[in-house]
Each structure stands twice: as C-alpha cells, then as structure tokens.
Design a protein. Structure first.
Lengths: 625, 266
C-alpha cells in the first residue's frame, strides 16, 4: 500500500457483453485475488459439472462479502506496475441508471465493453452517453469475445468503427480500442495470442497510459461558499475549492454580485498555518472587509468571474417518474446554490440510437433532452465546456432529484462583468436636484414607459403619437426608439442572444437616466425575452412601467409595415422575433393595449389615461393646457 | 494533496453540509476508532468545536475501558454528551442470552430511537464505512430513514457530484455518513497522522487484541502482536480477515446484519 491515490475507473457496457468476466480476469491477471481462489472455484465448477466462468470470481466475492468473509466489492482494488486502480461497481438492473450515476460519478476513466458480434446495444449507447454527461473523457473500448469470431480483423474493424462514430457524435474519442477475449485473458494484462494485425496496447497498458482527470488546480478559481461561521470573533467563510488556487492577500469577488474583498487569513484547526490552498481542499477564510457573503455565491478572481445569468439551455438526463414539460416548476442546483426555476421549453429529446433529435412536448423517464429553463434569480454559472463544476447540476422537484444536467449555453449572459471591473474605480456622481424638486417644478414624476410587443404590433406608431400628445399636455417626454438606437448607441451589436440582452440593457440605462432626471422616457423596443424585462424591472424599480402592445402574429405579419416578415420568411433575416426567434409575451404588464382590437385613437386614450394616473401626483395635478 | 488529505477534505465538506442543512443534528459516538475520527473531523470542520451533541448509546454491557475513555475524552474535547439507555429493557433483564439480534435491537436500535425521539433529532451522523460489511456498501452519504427508522436500501435517491439530497417530507430523519468512503486502513493511517486518542483495547495484550469494539459478551478478540498504531497498520496491510469477524451478532443468521441495519441499527 502506498500513499499514491488509486485511479477510480468504472466498467460499463451491456449486461451480457462480458463486464464481470473482464473484471474477474483483470483481478486474476494482476494478482489481486487471494492464492487458490481461482483453483477453488474451478474445482467447485467441476464438481457441479458446469464449465468454469471468470464471472464466478465476482459472484463469489459478492457471496463472501455478504457472509462477512471478505471485503467490499463496490470498490475493488488492483495494481499494475505503474499504479493502483479502484474499480467502482455500477450495480443493479432495476434502477440501474440511478445507481450507475451514483457510482460512476466518482470515476475518472471508463472501460466500455462491446461484444464484437452484437456491437453496441441500446444499453451500451446509454452508458456511453452517461459517461459524456458525467464528464468522463478517458474511455478505453474493449471489443470483447474476439475468440468467438476467430479474431477476424474485419469484424473488429466494423465494431470499432461503429463505436468510434458513436463516441464522435458525443464529442468523445476512445483512448484505445482493443480486441480482447476476456474469457481467454487475451490482451488484458498479457499479450497472449495477439492477432497479427493488432499492435496496440493491452487493456492494462492502455489503463497505465491514461492521464486521469486533469488537475482542477490550474483552472480559474471557483470556490462555492458553503457557509459563513461566527463561532467567535472570527467570521469564517467555508467551502471546498472546486478549481484553481488562492493565497492570503488575494482579492476575491463573490458572484452573483459585485462585491469583493481580500483574503485576510486561511483558518484551520490542528494543522500547520497555511497561506495558500488549491482545488479539492475544504477551507475556511477570513476577509479584510465585512462584505455580505452568503451560501451559494462563488468566489473567483475579480477579473475572471463566472456568468450571472438566469436563462440557461441544459442537456439533461431525466430519471424522474413524472414527465417534465414546459411550465413545470423545478429547483435548480448548481454549485451550492439553489434557484427556483421554470422549464421554459423542451427543445428536443435525443434519440439514443443515432443521436438525432426530435421535438417533444415532454421529457420522459430516462430520456436525454435539451431544455431551456429560467430562474427568478441570477445564477453563478458557466457552460460545461468552460467549467466542470459550475457547468453542471441537478434538478429537483418536490423532494426528489429528477435529473442531472450539463449547461449547454448561457442564454442571457449579461455584459456586466467587464463593466463591474471598471466600476470599482469610479465614484458614481448623483444629481444635484432631487426627484421631489423636479416633480414639484414640472408637475409630474419621471419614469419609463416601455412598449414591448412583436414587430408590426404598432409600438413605434403609438410611441410617436404619445410623445406628441404628452408634449402638447406639457409633459416632459422623450422617445427612445429601439430601431433608431441600433444605428447609434447600439451600432456595435448584432442579434445574438447575448447581444440582444445587451441592447436592452443599454436602452434601459439611458431611459433610467432620463427618468431620474424627471422625464418620461417612452421606449419602443421589442425586448423579446422575459428575462430582459425582468432585469429592467430589477434595475429600474418603480420607474419601470411595462406596456404590452399586443397584436397577433398573423395581424403583424399581414401589416408588415417594414417588409421584414417577408424577408424573415424567405430566410433573409435569421433570428427574427416571432418567426425564427421566440417572443415571450409579458405575464403581468402594467398596461396592455390590443392594437388588433382597438383603433389607434383608443389605444392612445388608454395610454394617456395611464400616464395621468401614474405620473401626476394628486397634490400637483394641473389641468392640461 | 495526499489521499488522506482528500478523504479529510471530503468528510469535512459532508459535515459542513449536514450542519447547514439539518436542523437538529447529533453525532453517534460509539467510542470506537471510527467515531473518534468522526469527532476529530468535526473539530476540523468547525475550527476546534463540535457544534452538536455527541450521543452514546450505552447498553450497560460495554467494555469498562470504553466508558472510562468516554468520560475522559468528553471532558477533554468539550463535547455535549448525551448518554442514551433503554432502561426499560434492562429492567426487564434484556441480555444477549435472549438472542443476540434481539438484544442489539432492544438496547442499541431502540435505545437510539428513544434518544432521537426525546431530543427531536432530524439528523444523526454515524461513522459507518462502505468497506465494513456488505449492506453498508449500498449506503448513501445522506440516507433517509422513515419515522420508524427503517432503511429502504432497494430504492435510494441518486447521489452524485456532491449534490446531497437533504430535503425530505416531515417525519423522515437523515443518517449522515461522512466516513463512508474510508477504509479501515485509512482510519488507522489518519489516527496515526493526527495522533487521535483511541481506547487501549485496540492494542494487543497477551497476544490478543480487539479489532472492533462493542459489548463485552458479543465482541471477541483476535490473535495479534500489534501493540501500537504502527503495528496495527502493518498487520492490516496483510490481513484477509473481515473487520467485523469478531462481532457475534452478525452471524446469528445469514442476513442478521442486513436485518439489523434495515430496522434502524447503526
């Protein structure tokens, strides 16, 4: 026994393709079994008149363990000359996938066993997919039962091509594809009877060549806050470092959020005082400033924070009993944060056999699917490609964990991070004149009237008429038109998901400024996502008034004032809201005007009524001139 | 990080999760080496403190050295000690001669259930390990128990990526197992590294020692010359005999331990 840790591996594949035989053979050929064990089993088989099978080794270990004779079979150890290994048993048929996830999540590498004659079964494919989901990238493919096909090269080639193609579809590549006969012990620990056409590694050589999971210590710092303790005068922030390293004196930023402070000390008990720590360590830190920190926030370097986002596309593996569908409330757990979230849409369900996608209303039990969820609160998150730990999580419904997921895309990543980095060096200057002074002098309060709705619903038309009429009535009002601002303020932005969010954010910031200066900012801008508008409401608070300019898609398309629908239908405009991109109608706007049921004059009347009610405080009400 | 550092870090993480998520927490302290390591890890997690009570279920048949050790260490470690005892069963004369499993059920399982009910514990931290015994290998780190403390090992919630399931309907209490992933050898190597006190009974006297501690009538000794922690580590590196081999109650029937565990035994 040495102090080096054993590499945890999991052996997966179809139940009849020879997993147990391979394990029995591996243990025997590496000398991990007690002396005489195999001879005794062979003798017992002979007495019972049945041929000896290597899978008996596993069966016998299980029986002995259950009788308390030997030890654990869920974590079987063996060693090569190079290092130690632990085989994690991923057991059971019933509830298999749940147990496999539980066991295999601890593995860093896998052996995928495939029968050379039968090829990949659906179970094999599902296992391969789960390896992908679990982030296990080092996979050795053992093409088994080569003795049954007379070590035919074309049979091996066909099977390996099949597996390699499937793995490629998952963006995985096999570390090695090896022709073996587990029963005969060929190409497992020894190069016995190697087919002349194969000069690659044995299974054991391929295992020894694996790198193991790459060190997370060299990645950007990610420390999810587990808790904050105050047992004595120290305020200690505790957590386990997922990635990166930290050192006393480093500045940490806590996401979601903008606050940061420096590490004053690393606290511990009965250990040498440390000035640094790295991925894998559970730590306790004190900070040089008493900033607000809570469980679920993620500490990082100030200039390399994760996203703070609320709308995510997830690839999930669903093992809940009830189908999952749009509108369902779920709890989303990423890192140590929990967020109430809603399933916005089921984009597609993956066909496990050929990895094609089909659209579906609901995600069934054991389905793999892409779904879009949105949360009411900002989530510190990364895509699975960017970060192993913040790029994955689980979904809960009620008391049950119903799915594990990888984050495929962050759909509303705000551009706040770089701004925040700069903002630390800037002291915001507020106005010399107060809101009360302005509204007393001008007779109305400031605010933002945000007209949202489909293209062609009549936002700009209505906004222009409203601006003219408010001016006539002595209101200080100004129009901000989304299309016009695309040529100036937002000329650098395109129509990608993040750019759309940024477009809305900027217009919101300008409108806020006008509103705070006592003006009524009339904004005509689609702001197609609920998350866009939720953010406006969050940033603007009571200044924000949402007006839903409502008309059916059919009517808007028939109007097509700007000729855009025709272009979108022809495919000349991609991601056109309403046609090729989603418009999420407001659930609870302050005002809704239906331009397809009311005349333009009636619509304007509704708006003016609303403005009078919302912006004219009773004590300064003046007659319209 | 060494493998012991990794084990320690993971266990500290689990203890902190339990402390955060479970309302009323208690630590089951059997006075054996594993639960001493558990107390030690709690002090690591909470910077010298154990911020929840340590519970000892005293069957009255424990080896006397264990009780002396308990009293001494509880003081030294500043533990809030709760001693539970099924006095009704003892008054009725319960002992191992009425059946070892029956005795364990009455004095340990029922004794624990009584303490859980009286103090309103919603989570019990226990020092069991996967490698100890077959049924324990099926355990989860956070394992839900129904009101009668029963364990449904056939349908357990999935547990991966350190997302522990801590939300259960009222009436369910949790068993929390921070040492689940340790082996017997890991425990002794950690005892050596941290110089954690253990009861002397583990060390050989006159050629025999206890490998596992329990009640005097049901716990046997093994032939051994191991007189120090170093000796024990050297001995374990060569053994193929199971740790609980000296525990008689496991052997009364083929599935005795599984039945004990399913009904709420630690």
């Amino acid at each position: 026994m040495n102090d080096n840790r054993a590499l945890p591996i999991v052996i997966v594949g179809h139940v009849d393709h020879g997993k147990s035989t391979l394990i029995g053979r591996l243990l025997h050929d590496t000398g991990a079994l007690p002396d005489g064990k195999v001879a005794a089993l062979q003798e017992a088989s002979r007495k019972r008149g049945m041929p000896f099978e290597w899978s008996f080794v596993m069966d016998a270990l299980k029986v002995e363990r259950d009788q308390g004779i030997t030890i654990d079979t869920t974590r079987i150890r063996f060693s090569s000359d190079a290092r130690d290994y632990v085989i994690i048993d991923a057991p059971g048929h019933a509830e298999f996938l749940k147990n496999m996830l539980t066991g295999a999540a601890a593995a860093e590498a896998a052996i995928l066993v495939v029968d050379v004659i039968e090829g990949m079964s659906e179970q094999t494919r599902r296992h391969a997919f789960l390896l992908k989901l679990l982030g296990i990238r080092e996979i050795i493919v053992a093409v088994n039962k080569m003795d049954r096909c007379g070590y035919a090269q074309d049979a091996f080639d066909a099977a390996s091509r099949n597996v390699a193609d499937y793995l490629a579809g998952l963006d995985l590549a096999a570390a090695a594809i090896i022709p073996i006969s587990a029963r005969n012990g060929d190409m497992i620990a020894h190069r016995s009877v190697p087919p002349s056409w194969y000069d690659g590694p044995t299974v054991l050589q391929a295992l020894d060549a694996l790198a193991g999971a790459p060190s997370e210590a060299d990645r950007p710092l990610r420390l999810p806050v587990q808790d904050v303790y105050k047992f004595d005068e120290r305020r200690i922030i505790v957590g386990r470092i997922d990635a990166g390293r930290l050192r006393v004196g480093d500045r940490l930023r806590f996401s979601p959020g903008e606050r940061s402070a420096r590490i004053a000390s690393i606290e511990s008990w009965n250990a040498q005082a440390a000035v640094s720590a790295a991925a894998g360590q559970s730590v306790g830190l004190t900070l040089d400033e008493d900033i607000f920190v809570e469980r679920g926030q993620v500490a990082s370097a100030p200039d390399a924070a994760p996203y703070a986002a609320a709308r995510l596309k997830l690839r999930l593996f669903h093992f809940g009993h009830a189908p999952l569908q749009a509108g369902d409330a779920v709890k989303l757990q990423i890192g140590l944060a929990e967020h109430a979230a809603t399933v916005e849409a089921v984009e597609s369900v993956v066909d496990i056999n050929d990895l094609t996608r089909r659209s579906a209303e609901a995600v069934g039990r054991n389905d793999i699917a892409d779904v879009v969820v949105h949360s009411r609160t900002a989530i510190a998150v990364e895509t699975a490609v960017e970060g192993r730990h913040l790029g994955r999580g689980i979904l809960r419904r009620g008391y049950h964990i119903v799915a594990g997921f990888l984050v495929e895309a962050v759909l509303d990543a705000p551009q706040a991070a770089p701004v925040a980095g700069v903002a630390r060096h800037i002291t915001p200057v507020t106005s010399a004149v107060s809101h009360a002074e302005r509204s007393a002098a001008w007779g109305h309060a400031g605010g933002v009237l945000w007209l949202t709705g489909l293209s062609g619903a009549g936002k700009s038309t209505l906004a222009l008429a409203l601006e003219r009429e408010l001016f006539r009535r002595d209101y200080r009002a100004v129009l901000l038109d989304g299309d016009s601002l695309r040529r100036t303020l937002n000329a650098d932005l395109g129509f990608g998901e993040a750019e759309r969010a940024e477009n809305v954010r900027r217009i919101g910031a300008v409108a806020q400024h006008l509103a705070e200066s006592g003006m009524i900012a009339i904004v005509a801008c689609i702001a197609p996502r609920r998350s866009h508008r939720a953010r406006l409401r969050h940033e603007l608070g009571a200044l924000y008034h949402e007006v839903y300019v409502k008309a059916s898609l059919e009517i808007c398309e028939r109007r097509d004032v700007k000729g855009l629908y025709v272009k979108a239908r022809r495919g000349e405009i991609t991601a056109f809201t309403g046609v090729s991109d989603l418009y999420e109608a407001p659930a609870a706007p302050e005002l809704e005007v239906g331009t397809d049921v009311l005349t333009p004059g009636e619509c304007l009347e509704h708006l003016l009524d609303y403005v009078d009610r919302a912006f004219r405080p009773g004590d300064v009400r003046r007659l319209a001139s | 990080m060494s493998d012991l550092d990794e084990l320690e870090s993971q266990s500290v993480f689990i203890l902190r999760e339990a402390f955060r998520k479970v309302e009323k927490l208690g630590l089951l302290w059997s006075i054996g080496k594993d639960s001493n390591v558990l107390v030690w890890l709690a002090r690591k997690a909470f910077f010298g403190r154990v911020p929840f009570p340590a519970i000892h279920i005293d069957t009255s048949y424990k080896l006397p050295e264990m009780i002396a050790f308990r009293e001494r260490m509880a003081r030294e470690w500043g533990l809030e000690l709760i001693v539970g005892q099924n006095t009704a069963a003892l008054a009725d004369g319960m002992n191992h001669l009425r059946g070892r499993v029956a005795c364990c059920t009455a004095l340990k399982t029922d004794g624990l259930k009584e303490v859980v009910a009286r103090h309103g514990f919603t989570g019990i931290i226990a020092g069991i390990r996967r490698d100890e015994e077959g049924t324990r290998a099926k355990e989860r780190v956070f394992s839900p128990r129904a009101e009668n403390a029963e364990w449904n090992f056939r349908d357990q919630p999935p547990e991966f990526w350190n997302h522990f399931n801590t939300d259960f309907p009222p009436g369910i209490h949790l068993r929390i197992h921070p040492l689940l992933h340790w082996t017997e050898l890991d425990v002794w190597r950690y005892v050596r590294r941290e110089a954690i006190p253990v009861v002397d009974l583990y060390f050989a006297r006159n050629g025999r020692r206890y490998r596992s501690l329990g009640c005097a009538p049901c716990t046997g000794t093994m032939a051994s010359a191991a007189a120090s922690v170093d000796d024990i580590i050297a001995e374990l590196e060569g053994t193929t005999v199971a740790e609980r081999a000296g525990r008689a109650q496991d052997k009364e029937a083929e599935d005795a331990f599984e039945r004990l565990r399913a009904s709420g035994y630690m």
